[in-house]
Design a protein around this ligand. Structure first.
Ligand code: ZN
Ligand code: ZN
Length: 272
């Protein structure tokens, strides 16, 4: 059963060309998993870039986390930092708009089977404020996607993504098709589209992630076609990755508006 988690704000693809994409970053790893910076360093840097919502998404794979009891430490430190952030914001006389940043502590959770299994314990499921569901190692095959026949890798990735698109615990799907694309074979857009359709029908967001989807435009177009919810994630492992997804999306908004200005839709009857 889905726990009552507050509905997270995602960007509706329907509004993509109607309003500027916000400074959101929804896919960040710190030293609590395999990122290269501490939480305070990432928070300070994100604030300096004008990020308005920062969501940490630590891995849960045992080989990628910071040892025994890491989740409790992550949760404790994260909440202390968030309180400091709020106190700073509320401090009398402190009124810098760039300090206005919301921080959430979530997880990037891989599938463990094709029937809804996710790699997290009960405490994680209860506390995490954002579940970014991911297909990483293919269940039953491990990290061997590069050795599989391409059609099998595609099929396994697709099955895993469809399981995420139906999982009520999942808020957004990380880099759909990205593992297959990066390590095995090009992942067909037609299957990406099926995942988008299913996830959108279930209120689950689709991550647009420049680390895996480059160029991003065709993925965005599919999201727009199906009125998807967009989760901007840069797969941040280093400070300089923060905000890349939002930056790419803003670039696409600008490009499109330039094209529209140069080449407006011709009105019916306007011939030569
Ligand atoms: Zn991932
Ligand atoms: Zn990641």
């Amino acid at each position: 059963m889905k726990k009552p988690r507050p509905r997270l704000p995602f960007f509706p693809a329907d509004a993509f060309y109607a309003r500027p994409f916000p400074g959101w970053e929804y896919h960040v790893h710190s030293l609590f998993s395999d990122g290269s910076s501490t939480l305070p360093t990432l928070i300070d840097y994100a604030r300096s870039l004008g990020i308005t919502r920062l969501i940490f998404t630590e891995h849960t794979e045992p080989g990628l986390v910071d040892g025994e009891g890491w989740f409790k430490r992550y949760w404790r430190e994260g909440n202390e930092l968030r309180q400091q952030e709020r106190a700073m914001r509320n401090r009398k006389g402190f009124s810098s708009p760039s300090s206005d940043m919301e921080i959430l502590f979530g997880l990037e959770v891989p599938i463990t089977d094709f029937r809804g299994g996710l790699l997290m314990d009960a405490e994680m499921a209860e506390k995490a404020e954002f579940i970014l569901g991911a297909v990483h190692a293919y269940p039953g095959y491990g990290w061997t996607m590069g050795e599989l026949p391409p059609e099998q890798a595609i099929e396994l990735e697709f099955k895993g993504l469809m399981a995420l698109a139906e999982n009520p615990l999942v808020d957004a799907i990380a880099h759909p098709g990205g593992i297959c694309e990066k390590f095995a074979a090009p992942f067909p857009f037609s299957l990406f589209e099926e995942v988008v359709r299913k996830a959108t029908g279930n209120g689950i967001a689709i991550e647009l992630n420049p680390a895996y989807q480059s160029p991003m435009a065709p993925y965005l177009d599919i999201c727009c076609r199906h009125s998807a919810l967009i989760s901007p994630g840069s797969n941040v492992h280093h400070l300089e990755n923060i905000g890349q997804a939002a930056h790419e999306l803003k670039k696409l908004q600008k490009k499109r508006s330039v094209i529209q200005n140069v080449n407006p839709h011709p009105r019916r009857g306007d011939t030569p």
